[in-house]
Design a binder for this molecule. Sequence first.
Ligand code: CDP
Length: 223
Amino acid sequence: MTARVIAIDGPAASGKSSTAAAVARELGASHLDSGALYRGLTLIALELGHDDPTEIRSAAERRGLILRHDGAEIVPFLDGRPAENLIRSDGVTAAVSRIAALAPLREWVNARLREAATAERILVLDGRDIGTAVFPDASLKVFLTATPEARARRRLAQRGEMFDSDSIRVEATALAARDASDASRTVAPLRRAPDAILIDTTNLSFKDQVDRIVAAARKALLA
Ligand code: CDP
């Protein structure tokens, strides 16, 4: 059996992961942030010092880059430990789009995601290509977006940093560069699935965006 999937895709810092986690809590479902696996592979690539997908994949297998439940969250472990802190570094963030464009690594991640789904009843998955490539038959597809400035503000606030108009501009430029790279790659580029609900969160409260998705998910799951 494979889970009923709620797919939440969208550009960087659009609030996918926190929204997906809250949606999963409301639905009594599990949540998996697919970007975390790409970040795990990127950490390995940076440690290896090259971008050879075969070697990165072997190192990921050898070092046990795996998904494990932490309550309702499904999170990556590396070397037997939670990888969360290691995969959020600036170095990983700067390199992840380049690594995520490598087709053999996308296949490896997709296999892990589909494997994880077999053990779930309802799985809320967020990423860039969940509704287009990984689970094209998802029960519900959402494309979450917001203006680059709103996304930059949120990312800086999330890091707990003080910010002004200059730092917002610098962050918005970095996010736009990552989006351009994710949207222009040949394999599974970032794009809205034709049947995805578009939600622009620029002027929505967190609660509003979660409520909208939960309502749509409840309806979809009944169908
Ligand atoms: O949280 P943030 O918006 O910074 O990004 P993320 O979800 O952690 O994803 C990091 C990177 O992984 C993205 O910029 C993409 O290059 C890649 N990714 C992807 O290609 N496909 C996915 N399904 C998820 C992430």
